[in-house]
Design a protein. Sequence first.
Length: 95
Amino acid sequence: MLNEWVDLVTNFARAHEGWLFPLVFSLAFFESLAIVSLFFPATIVMIALGVLVGDINYPFWLVWLAGSLGAFLGMWVSYNSVSYTHLTLPTTERV
């Protein structure tokens, strides 16, 4: 099932090179979200897209920037969603 998903995404990216930037951004964003990343294995797809970038001579820095921004915003959303809800872990007092 994962191989089919990787093939689907890489074939889409190969056919539509203009969508590579938003595709990498969204994959990195969802991979960086706290709970979503458990059910969304984008790491293997990102590696396959990295190979594809070298194969189609797409600018590496644009793809790197998309992945970095997506990962940063995903982590920021995860951190702020916990901060705003004021979730705290139970603590024990030392005697």
